[in-house]
Design a protein around this ligand. Structure first.
Ligand code: GFB
Length: 389
């Protein structure tokens, strides 16, 4: 038996050895405060790029969840959703827990915590003499997010819009603006009230999706479902048909991209124009396309992911001639659904939805051989010369 004093010494030494070192290039932390999972993924792609270019360490942010009936967002640790190893291999990053334990106490004391936002945020209750502020903790999910990070209040606000022109750091000149205005020596932590990235994500950043691999818990649930319930080859489909989606599709303008529609139309949109049918496909479009893809690919089963109506009976009716059946997850877990969809042999998604775009990007970039993705109501234009008979 080791004497207690020696044991204590060894434990302390082990803790010191595993403590994260301070990065002299500084840190980026941000709230992915807009939208739900798909929207947040769009924000991560640009924000991770931003931190990479500045040479700063990314504090891996929790995913912000909105549960029905709750007015307080629920935070899920990044590492409960994604594996850390592939992320750490490609991005200088640190978990929030490590940042809070090892880094924040050394370089981010309360009186030096500055919130970064584009311009001051006004409030309806503010008087004329109120000091301009990011009001970083006002509202949900902002307040719950920074509470979770351990920030009771910010000591000051920094409005980066004018000095930097934004978070595009593609050119040396753009990067230089950030380096000179906000050097790590005086700004060790850039704490953004919203992600330092464009929304939706830019095509040039889509390849980063390959580093976001779902946690072992999510992946093993997905693989078990595929093994136990589905028969390969299988078609995975995403139906976005809850009531909130109707309102989004009212904004369809054929001449412009909407949300994630660059995933099928390109950036800027090419050839095909965005249509209401692509955003909110009719039941007959959904059934016809499933039958078409099943027939062409020889699929033996269909996995349906939906936020509201899975249409299982209708799909089974349409596929009765093929002896192919449709299946869904009993608990409708969105993350397990995404993991199944990215493993499907064929995928039909919603071109406008960022939930679908997580899948289509994963399918294109995650595997050695890209997997095909199709979209409701979208037909690739036939540019082959017509042969007159
Ligand atoms: O992921 P998301 O940002 O994509 O938000 P969109 C949609 C959310 O709806 C998902 C749920 O994160 C899920 O919580 N959801 C959607 C699903 N499809 C499915 C599904 O197939 N299965 C399950 N289980 N859940 C945008 C929002 O949605 O829609 C915007 O992010 C806004 O903030 C707009 O609300 C109306 O791009 O599809």
């Amino acid at each position: 038996m080791l004497p207690a004093a020696l044991l204590l010494l060894l434990t302390a030494a082990a803790a010191v050895a595993s403590a994260a070192e301070v990065d002299p290039n500084g840190y980026v932390i941000y709230c992915p405060c807009m939208g739900r999972f798909g929207n947040q993924m769009e924000q991560h792609l640009g924000a991770f790029h931003f931190a990479n270019v500045l040479g700063r360490t990314i504090v891996l942010p929790p995913m912000v969840g909105h549960e029905p009936g709750s007015t307080i967002a629920k935070m899920t640790a990044f590492e409960d959703v994604f594996q850390l190893a592939p992320i750490k291999k490609h991005f200088k990053s640190i978990t929030l827990a490590e940042f809070q334990r090892d880094i924040a106490p050394k370089i981010w004391p309360k009186e030096q915590r500055k919130a970064f936002c584009w311009t001051p945020r006004t409030s309806s209750t503010a008087g004329d003499d109120e000091t301009p502020s990011c009001r970083a903790k006002d509202g949900n999910p902002f307040g719950p997010f920074w509470d979770h990070i351990g920030v009771d209040e910010f000591a000051d606000s920094v409005f980066y819009g004018r000095p930097t022109g934004g978070f595009n750091v593609g050119s040396a000149k753009e990067k230089e603006k950030w380096m000179t205005n906000y050097p790590a020596s005086s700004f060790p932590v850039l704490a953004f009230t919203g992600a330092p990235s464009n929304f939706p994500s830019q095509q040039k950043h889509w390849h980063y999706q390959k580093h976001f691999r779902y946690s072992t818990r999510i992946t093993s649930k997905a693989k078990s479902f595929i093994e136990d319930r589905l028969t390969r080859p299988f078609v995975g489909i995403h139906l976005r048909n809850d009531i909130d989606w109707n309102r989004v599709c009212e904004h369809v303008d054929p001449s412009r991209n909407l949300f994630a529609s660059a995933q099928c139309l390109g950036e800027p949109p090419q050839d095909v124009m965005l249509s209401k049918e692509m955003c909110l496909p009719s039941r007959s479009t959904v059934l016809d396309q499933i039958v078409e893809v099943v027939g062409r690919s020889g699929a033996k089963s269909v996995f349906v992911s939906a936020d509201k109506d899975h249409m299982i009976d209708e799909i089974n009716g349409a596929l009765s001639a093929y002896d192919v059946k449709a299946y869904r997850l009993d608990d409708n877990d969105p993350l397990v659904s995404l993991a199944i969809l990215e493993l499907a042999d064929e995928f039909i998604g919603n071109c406008v939805s960022t939930f679908s775009s997580v899948v289509s990007r994963s399918r294109t970039f995650k595997w050695a051989k890209p997997k095909p993705s199709h979209f409701w109501g979208y037909k690739i234009p036939d540019t082959r010369p017509k042969i007159e008979l």
